[in-house]
Every structure is written in structure tokens, then in C-alpha cells.
Design a protein around this ligand. Structure first.
Ligand SMILES: [Zn+2]
Length: 81
């Protein structure tokens, strides 16, 4: 592969990643939430590094509050257990 082809391949990859990041949903099950989340029940901030406590948390994100055991999704909306 020539240097030009390599360069073009890198540029194409970066552009593709930027487009994915730009249009990736910020809501819904496949969305990514980059904001800090607080417990909807007691207001305790949830850790950025998450230890999943259930299969649902592994798959879809979300937290179980360590203070009040309230469950929330990755946007901080309460979930009924
Ligand atoms: Zn809580």
C-alpha cells in the first residue's frame, strides 16, 4: 500500500468515526449519555465508572443507587424493579 492510500484510509476512518459520533443518538436504548447522573430518588451522584448489578445494567447501562437502592437508567430516569 502506498503512503497516499494509507493516508486516505486513515482520513476516511477518522471522518467515519466523527460522523458516527455526531449522529449517534443521545436518547433511547442505544444512546450514549455523557452527562453526570443523579439518583432520581435521593439525589446522590452516580459514579462514572459503573459496576453493573444486573443483566439489564450490563446490556443497557444505568445504576442501582448505593444509598437508597433505587434503580435508574443511564439518563437518570427511575426504573421499576
Ligand atoms: Zn438514591
Amino acid at each position: 500500500m502506498s503512503m497516499t492510500a494509507l493516508f486516505l484510509a486513515i482520513v476516511a476512518s477518522v471522518v467515519t468515526l466523527l460522523l458516527i459520533a455526531k449522529f449517534w443518538p443521545r436518547s433511547g436504548k442505544m444512546g450514549i449519555n455523557l452527562k453526570a447522573v443523579q439518583c432520581p430518588s435521593c439525589g446522590a451522584p452516580q459514579p462514572a465508572v459503573r459496576v453493573p448489578r444486573s443483566l439489564r445494567e450490563v446490556l443497557w447501562g444505568g445504576w442501582t443507587c448505593s444509598k437508597c437502592r433505587c434503580q435508574m437508567d443511564k439518563y437518570g430516569a427511575p426504573i421499576e424493579p
